[in-house]
Ligand binder design. Structure first.
Ligand code: GLN
Length: 542
């Protein structure tokens, strides 16, 4: 059976609970253990799939097609373990399942209640598919005291009782704020947060303190004494420059050893932290810089493109290149001169997106990248906009567009009503619900021999994650090919274009999937590595 580690947060949200959980997962791996990370989200949406990225950040898609919280991206990037649909649940989904059962009559006339029905459903979720790992780390979203999170806290309290203290620990992450006027770090918010936690029956075993400066021993002692946690288990987590330094930083403060000791494991051998040491070394020996412009719609919030930001960072790091990203709102491009924004860029990227607003700005940027021979990477919507640009400019179809924006004379990007998933066929139409109904998760693509992408991936069949409803319309493939657009990646049945590239261009590749979701700091995605190198080459031409 797996050992369980529950991570809760207090004082404020956005403290980096996801990063701390992911880092602990990585540290346990460095001791030779297998891990899986899970997230329990208290909000009422069934999944984050229909939520606005500006509010919630990116939607992270798993291989098996679940639309999940962006913290699962951190988990994958730090541990290299691919998440699944068993790794993220919301109150909304729990209630949806319970209500469906109630309507079916499964409760045999009983009264359905938060305790035991909701808490049991949460416990079942935590325990499901957990047998194959040494440690299961489970993060509770939000902060202690949130009304909607109460059933989750109650469920993990019960689990600790059922699984036994030797198989289950609680870690609480809080903030130690510095009050400038007093010139002091304040421990009171942490004390209150732990008080709140103990009032619902959870005594933390370890407290991790986020702070923007070194934490004096006295403050740690105070927290130890007031919160009833031994001093060595009050772990400082002082801000670091690079998120990939977090595992090493927590390790230096004894985090992993304290966790293992709580499970009665006394490690004599040293953990293998070489991967994190190497990343930190590369980050400190940058030799080159490139400037990449991302032309998107949700540029106000970096978390909306979290995996993309990380994938570019990983791709730069391996070649000691610092990737500077200019986040450009595509709507601005529609009414201003393009040279004001893109004159000094080394590469252009149009990421995933939804809806018509700002799309003409993206098309303008793609046109600029194509004509000026600036490296271009189009991702999902960025490939669909490229198809529109190429159809307009190379085929002279002035009104070429996507049916996502309404009916059009030349639907060069069109809604898919039917496609193959493994051996089954998925069907959709205009009336299908929005949630969970896109082409989601891992699909294979066959790459054309001799193409740029085949040499980048160094293989001829790939699997990448998808999240979209529309597809490049194969009806226009032949005419585009005649103009030098190579459809270099296709679905195995040859019906869905997965990748296009331009023959007469140094680096113009657009993909229907989301390669950024599979990039890891110690295993950067080949497409991004190649793209960043192309940007470097471009920067040297100027
Ligand atoms: N809006 C487009 C579609 O649904 C692209 C989606 C995306 O970029 N993820 O097909």
């Amino acid at each position: 059976m797996a050992r369980f580690i529950f991570i809760t947060g207090g004082v404020v949200s956005s403290l980096g609970k996801g990063l701390s959980s992911a880092s602990l997962g990585a540290l346990l791996q460095s001791h030779g253990y297998t891990v899986r990370l899970r997230k329990l989200d208290p909000y009422l949406n069934v999944d984050p799939g229909t939520m606005n990225p500006i509010q919630h950040g990116e939607v992270f898609v798993t291989d098996d097609g679940a639309e999940t919280d962006l913290d699962l991206g951190h988990y994958e990037r730090f541990t290299g373990v691919s998440a699944t649909k068993y790794d993220n649940i919301t109150s909304g989904r729990i209630y949806q399942n319970i209500i469906q059962k109630e309507r079916r009559g499964d409760y045999l006339g009983g009264t359905v209640q938060v305790i035991p029905h909701v808490t049991d459903a949460i416990k079942d979720f935590v325990l499901d598919h957990s047998d194959d790992v040494d440690f299961l780390l489970c993060e509770i979203g939000g902060t202690v005291g949130d009304i909607e999170a109460l059933p989750f806290f109650e469920a993990i309290r019960q689990l600790r009782n059922e699984l036994g203290h030797e198989n289950c620990i609680f870690i609480h992450l809080t903030l130690l704020p510095f009050i400038a006027a007093a010139g002091e770090l304040k421990t009171k918010p942490t004390q209150h947060s732990v008080k709140e936690l103990t009032s619902i029956g959870i005594q933390p075993d370890i407290i991790v303190l986020r702070c923007d400066r070194e934490i004096p021993e006295d403050e740690r002692k105070k927290i130890s004494s007031f919160c009833n946690v031994p001093f060595r288990r009050i772990i400082p987590a002082v801000d670091v420059k690079n998120i990939y330094d977090v595992p090493m930083n927590l390790h230096k403060n004894g985090f992993d050893f304290e966790v293992l000791k709580l499970f009665n494991i006394n490690r004599k051998t040293k953990p293998d932290l070489s991967r994190w040491i190497q990343i930190s070394k590369n980050a400190n020996s940058i030799e080159n810089n490139v400037n990449i412009t991302i032309v998107g719609k949700y540029v106000q919030l970096k978390d909306a493109y979290k995996s993309l930001d990380e994938a570019l960072y990983h791709a730069g790091l391996i070649n000691k290149i610092k990737v500077n990203i200019d986040w450009l709102d595509s709507e601005i491009l529609e009414n201003t001169h393009i040279l004001d924004h893109l004159n000094n860029t080394d590469a252009i990227l149009v990421p995933g997106g939804f809806g018509q607003r700002g799309s003409e700005g993206k098309i303008k940027a793609i046109n600029f990248a194509r004509e000026r021979k600036i490296p271009y990477l189009g991702i999902c919507f960025g490939m669909q906009m490229a198809i529109i640009e190429l159809s307009r400019s190379l085929l002279g179809l002035e009104n070429a567009s996507t049916t996502e924006f309404g009916t059009t004379e030349h639907p060069v990007v069109d809604l898919m009503t039917e496609w193959k998933k493994g051996k089954s066929v998925e069907k959709r139409d205009e009336n299908t619900d929005l949630g969970g109904t896109m082409r989601l998760g891992a699909y294979e693509a066959v790459l054309s021999e001799g193409s740029k992408v085949a040499s980048i991936y160094n293989m001829n069949k790939i699997s990448e994650r998808h999240r979209h409803r529309w597809e490049a319309n194969i009806f226009y493939k032949e005419s585009l090919e005649k103009k030098g657009v190579l459809f270099s990646g296709m679905s195995p049945d040859g019906k869905l274009p997965e990748i296009i590239e331009l023959l007469d261009h140094p680096w113009f590749v657009a993909v229907q999937f989301h390669p950024e979701l599979k990039s890891r700091p110690f295993d950067p995605h080949p497409l991004f590595v190649s793209y960043v190198l192309a940007a470097l080459e471009k920067s040297r031409l100027v």
